[in-house]
Design a protein around this ligand. Sequence first.
Ligand SMILES: Nc1ncnc2c1ncn2[C@@H]1O[C@H](COP(=O)(O)OP(=O)(O)OP(=O)(O)O)[C@@H](O)[C@H]1O
Ligand SMILES: [Mg+2]
Length: 208
Amino acid sequence: MQRGKFITLEGGEGTGKSSQAARLAERLTAEGRGVVRTREPGGSPGAEAIRGLVVSGDRDAWSARTELLLMYAARSDHLERVIRPALERGDWVICDRFADSSRAYQGVGGGVAPAFIEMLDAAIVGDDQPDLTLVFDLPVETGLARAMGRGAAETRFESKGMAFHQRLRDGFLAIAAMHPERCAVIDATGSVDKVSDRIWATVRARLT
Ligand SMILES: Nc1ncnc2c1ncn2[C@@H]1O[C@H](COP(=O)(O)OP(=O)(O)OP(=O)(O)O)[C@@H](O)[C@H]1O
Ligand SMILES: [Mg+2]
């Protein structure tokens, strides 16, 4: 059985990742592939329990370093229970946020040293790096306006302010530039259909 492909969707709040994860899963399923759509933080029962600790509550409930450790604890469980078994079965895994969100939020945004993050990443993710990472890029105001319109309950990260989110956007673009073989920047402006077509063209070009 050929190993499946691992695709991650990254970028700031309200850039359309979750909407496009669903679209991409539909398109791949229509091709006859086995698809597992999942998300982080979370994606397995244990990791979802940890998600509950980090996405709600007080803005400063955790230091960035502790938050990073919680994220990688969740990621470890998610990889063991969901992602690796799926890839080994030959399924394609579409994951809504993954390690680049740790690099951006806790690293660039929170000031945790990149070397510490990469040490954890090597230990926990190891060779199971994504085959393709779609980095959604959108002006911060547009993304936050979209996210507010959605009226979500999980507002801990949304509440961090414009400067934080601008730093995140720049951070995601820097991460993409550092890993050009893995990452593709997706222009997330325009309609859901337009963005979906851009993503499909990228997946086609990179993974088949
Ligand atoms: N291309 C688009 N144009 C206009 N609105 C969009 C577009 N894509 C998504 N939306 C809407 O914007 C909101 C945010 O989209 P979505 O939840 O997919 O973003 P996200 O990147 O997953 O956000 P988060 O990081 O907060 O989870 C939703 O209400 C969604 O319906
Ligand atoms: Mg989302």
